[in-house]
Design a protein around this ligand. Structure first.
Ligand code: GAR
Length: 211
């Protein structure tokens, strides 16, 4: 059974998609052992509590400096002994000590088709504002491994989503969540739990299912 820690900052709709997928069998051989939020007010913590999952808040505001926060975050992860860490709308730059403690074991969901609209300053609604401002006709979501860079790790799954006339950042954000994020993030966790995702030369290969 893959032990999964989910890190969140806000609404937690991606966390909910994981919880629902574990319940209905779209994710097999995995369990969420802890939800960590940097934000005490995150509705995601409420979703965790409702699902009977332990929720922990590690807020930078409670620490004197970033190093102490980073150490506390690593400790909160370590205590849960995860085989996989899922950044599901975790809007904190993941500290280098966490990346080096869990190489190839951290994944992120990003609300655009990487390498478009990613990197510094591209998070949450801003991603969709910039995609609409550029006038792209498709956007989507990417699930990828986390490395030392920002949105630069090996890509696991991507799904494109059409942009429609009259889209606002909010409308586009919702469509990308529904059609892409809530689909590919649970799918990636299921593939990883089945041992079907291999990293090779900064890319991934999805192995065929074993019958
Ligand atoms: C999601 O759209 C996720 O892709 C995005 O934040 C939102 C969180 O929503 N993440 C990033 O922008 C990371 N760079 P949620 O809390 O409802 O899952």
């Amino acid at each position: 059974m893959l032990r999964v820690v989910v890190c969140v900052s806000g609404g937690g709709t991606n966390l909910q998609a994981i919880i629902d997928s574990l319940a209905d069998g779209r994710i097999r051989n995995a369990q969420i052992v802890r939800v960590i939020s940097n934000n005490p007010g995150a509705y995601a913590l409420e979703r965790a509590a409702r699902a009977g999952i332990e929720g922990v808040c590690v807020s930078p505001k409670n620490f004197e400096n970033r190093d102490l926060f980073n150490d506390a975050l690593l400790e909160a992860i370590r205590e849960a002994d995860p085989g996989l860490i899922v950044l599901a709308g975790f809007l904190v730059a993941i500290p280098p000590q966490v990346v080096s403690a869990y190489p190839g074991k951290i994944i992120n969901i990003h609300p655009a088709l990487i390498p478009s609209f990613c990197g510094k300053g591209y998070y949450g609604l801003k991603v969709h504002e910039k995609a609409l401002a550029r006038g792209v006709k498709v956007s989507g979501a990417t699930c990828h491994f986390v490395d030392e860079g920002l949105d630069s790790g090996p890509i696991i799954l991507q799904k494109a989503v059409e942009i429609k006339d009259g889209d606002t950042p909010e409308i586009l954000q919702r469509r990308i969540m529904e059609e892409a994020e809530w689909v590919i993030l649970p799918r990636a966790i299921d593939l990883i739990a089945a041992g079907r995702v291999v990293i090779e030369d900064r890319r991934t290969r999805i192995l065929p299912a074993q019958e």
